[in-house]
Design a protein around this ligand. Structure first.
Ligand SMILES: [Zn+2]
Length: 202
């Protein structure tokens, strides 16, 4: 849970991207949402792309879970609206995958020295819930969507992940290490939420 650069992930249990055949657009208490039916035991709510999704086991009605979490849903929606508002001022970058890779290699080399560590392997793939992640085997996985981010944001994500190889949790020790390079990490985290919703809503 703590080993990822925050993206708007509500539910950390999603590993698979199941195919969704049954998609229904609906409204509950004036909240728009999409219902997706999957072969799962428990329902969950997600805001992966900025739109509310009720992920439901087959034949289950989403009304209950929506009503139960209505306050949370409204707060989340307000947050997303403010992120999208902030995103209007943001610029995205056009980079090819190869350009992203060479930039990341450069950044990695720099931070290896700073932190006195090295990652094992770097993987690139499109991820649905986070910008990047690191594993206990010291592997780093990069969301290819990062190619649209400005260099500073990419540096932050990489540094954040590398610091996780020293400290897994988002605790004082972790943020102290972050502060050494990024005094404005809160702003950075916010902008990454904005970019997330911006890029996922295009
Ligand atoms: Zn983290």
């Amino acid at each position: 849970m703590s080993k990822e650069t925050p993206a708007p992930s509500v539910d950390k249990t999603t590993g698979k991207q199941s195919q969704t055949k049954n998609i229904r657009k609906e409204q509950e208490n004036f909240i728009n949402f999409v219902t997706k039916y999957r072969n799962i035991k428990f329902p969950r709510l997600e805001f992966k792309s900025g739109e509310l999704e009720a992920i439901m086991p087959y034949c289950k009605d989403p009304t209950g879970i929506l009503q139960k979490h209505m306050d949370w849903i409204r707060k989340k929606q307000e947050f997303i609206i403010s992120c999208l508002e902030a995103a209007k001022k943001l610029e995205t970058v056009k980079r090819k995958k190869e350009q992203l890779e060479s930039l990341i290699n450069k950044i990695l080399r720099r931070y290896y020295k700073d932190l006195n560590l090295k990652v094992n392997k770097v993987f690139y793939r499109k991820m649905r819930t986070k910008w990047a992640s690191c594993s206990s085997k010291q592997n780093l996985t990069i969301n290819t969507m990062m190619r649209h981010l400005p260099k500073r944001q990419i540096e932050y994500i990489i540094y954040h992940e590398l610091v996780h190889m020293i400290e897994k949790k988002h605790n004082d020790r972790f943020w102290k290490l972050i502060l050494k390079r990024f005094k404005n990490h809160k702003k950075m985290e916010m902008s990454l939420f904005s970019y997330w919703f911006l890029l996922n809503s295009i």
